[in-house]
Design a protein around this ligand. Sequence first.
Ligand code: PLP
Ligand code: TYF
Length: 396
Amino acid sequence: MFSHLPPYAGDPILSLMEQFQRDERSNKVNLSIGIYTDGKGVVPVLPSVRTAAAAVAQADAPYVYLPMEGHGAYRQAVAKLLFGADLPAPEHLAIVQTLGGSGALKVGADLIARFFPQPTIWLPDPTWDNHIGIFEGAGFKTERYPYYDAQTKGLNFEGMLAKIDSLPRGAVVLLHPCCHNPTGVDPTRAQWEQIVEVVEKRGLLPFFDLAYQGFAESLDEDIWPVREAVRRQIPFFLSNSFSKIFSLYSERIGALSVFCPQAGQAANVLGQLKLTVRRNYSSPPRNGALLVAHVLGDDKLAAQWRGEVEEMRVRVRDMRVKLASQLKSAVPDQDFSFLLRQNGMFGYTGLSSAQVDRLREEFGVYAVGTGRICVAGLNDSNVARVAETMAEVLRG
Ligand code: PLP
Ligand code: TYF
């Protein structure tokens, strides 16, 4: 019956994680997967979330199904967090609770594929691998626009803008509003202004994917391109994830928002989102939504959580500074300042795949084959060793 099924090669990043867990070296360091660990190398339970969990347990509510669109207070609280003072009126915004950011991408992709047949999505080159998997899995053709410039270790802004400015009306274009995965390279505010302007001028459909809000500058600044699209009345899709910024990875909690500038359309969009959910998994799980809704719904807890996000952001930035300066001392003829211009948990190091292999095999330091490291996996106990071993492979 199943003899024609080929083996699954495994996901490159998740396979590295499994390999890391089997590695018996005590000085091994995991910089492969996108998980934030604190200064002690531990995945934190945020204190605000711990307080919320106690309140949720105390309430002892029955485990009835949530509606297809998710928990009502959660959806309202998330909309306020995302859009702030630019929150669209309900008749302009369709928002559903999703299974993390991945679930939001999938529900959005399915909806677009149903109503815009034979869709194509333009993705940055490079992008998160699973963008290709999710969109192709939903029936999209995937194309690329220029993004990373290996020469400058920065953004190929001219190439990006020129390509976006050549796309056909209605083309779907995926944009990372901040903390680009995998490179850590983001457009500046002035560059975003131009990007949003071109998107508007050409009548494109942006699909914003926001997995690291608050890890670049701040919760409000990092979502600037999305709010600018609201101000300009550009219709868009927005997937957002609370895996990292609430440290709620396994709860699978996120949301999909669709902004509908034309009044009256959001109700039908919401209806079709609900139908998409119904046909996929019927309704989302409860716990993550209750935790996030409790934190965001309580002014004091919400302020505390904002401080916790800021603490994570600052810690990662501090690690960038330490890594760059220690690399500079070890390899003085090379420039590592690019690490300081990157945002968020990830960075491209410029290491080749052979150098990444050597780092892992010889020293037990795990990076992704593309040279991506998760800077959020560094701490005061491992950064010196990571810098030394990186310097060693860079010297050749
Ligand atoms: N989008 C991007 C750009 C990501 O980096 C990630 C996670 O690494 C996701 C989406 C998926 O988020 P989640 O783990 O909440 O499904
Ligand atoms: O490190 C990354 O880029 C991600 C992490 O369900 C990840 O691939 C892992 C599992 C998952 C979603 C994202």
